[in-house]
Design a protein around this ligand. Sequence first.
Ligand SMILES: Cc1cc2nc3c(=O)[nH]c(=O)nc-3n(C[C@H](O)[C@H](O)[C@H](O)COP(=O)(O)OP(=O)(O)OC[C@H]3O[C@@H](n4cnc5c(N)ncnc54)[C@H](O)[C@@H]3O)c2cc1C
Length: 320
Amino acid sequence: MRLDLSALSGVRLYEPEALTLVVGAGTTLAGIEKVLAAEGQMLAFEPDRRQDSTIGGIAAANASGPRRVQVGACRDAMLGVRFVTGEGEIVKNGGRVMKNVTGYDLVKLLAGSRGTLGVLTEVSLKTAPIPPVSRTLVLAGATPDVAVAALTSALTGPYDISGAGWLAGTGAMIRVEGLKGSVDLRSQQLAARLADFGTLSEGDGAHWAGLVPASAGAGDDAGDLWRIVCLPSEAPALLARLPAPLALDWGGSLIWVAMPAGRIPDLGPFSGQASRVHAQPGAQALQLPAINPVVAGLNAGLRAKFDPRGIFAGAAGKAA
Ligand SMILES: Cc1cc2nc3c(=O)[nH]c(=O)nc-3n(C[C@H](O)[C@H](O)[C@H](O)COP(=O)(O)OP(=O)(O)OC[C@H]3O[C@@H](n4cnc5c(N)ncnc54)[C@H](O)[C@@H]3O)c2cc1C
């Protein structure tokens, strides 16, 4: 069942000098970015570029883009939430400032809960200034394996990188942002650090938007889009078991891959998680491998508390 929250949209409060924004959950990313850009600000966690995405969906998916490696995820920018439980109770948690929350921190719990614990109606967020200079450096033609090694080297140095990804057809991408002099210096240092992997050239910043694929590709045989989150050190072994990836982010911690329709990737033991984000229309629900039993028990307990009648049971994903 679809729930239309478009009526719950609009900016409720925006205080640029306090870096605080409160919006209805149905507000689109496009609407939010327009309001913030007028004040030279942005959502630093850089959610997916689909402009019709709603902030409720972004928060419920904890959707976070390349800048996560520098500033944290969507959940780290969430100051407060208002939501409705499966019992119809309206809950408000957190506030409008980044401080220790008294009582249970339901803001963090709702981030990434994918609609299974409640319907978000309002979200308060921390905003950030748009950096004056943003430079994308590219190792053109780097394979995924080489990219993970190069990105790991870049991320473990003192360069304050705000993006470390790989895109099919482009290569490894690194982003440095800030004041021009600092960006120039860090770019030179990175070129020296990564010289063994190839020559860094200046690339197109628009390519960062491609790091969250919308689907597995065009056409009926494109397959399913999978999202795999792992430790960067696990990425090389996982990449060896998978078809060629569509994109990598977070230095290799996030792998986007197209799988044949209905096929669950055989990943072997690893410490992260995999989920099917997009499937062809009409696809059957998948029986994913069991998650850690302790986590599964905690999930079940939370769902029983917030949604005892199982009203939100089908909310986690349209595909998986
Ligand atoms: C499994 C998954 C992983 C994703 N990973 C990333 C990522 O790594 N990086 C990135 O930038 N983007 C990611 N996305 C985000 C995605 O691309 C969209 O930006 C996001 O889902 C918002 O789109 P939407 O408003 O259409 O919500 P939908 O796509 O319709 O919903 C997304 C999820 O949120 C729930 N939901 C939607 N609105 C509410 C609400 N008001 N209250 C409670 N739950 C709600 C839905 O039940 C569903 O589970 C991911 C999305 C999913 C589903």
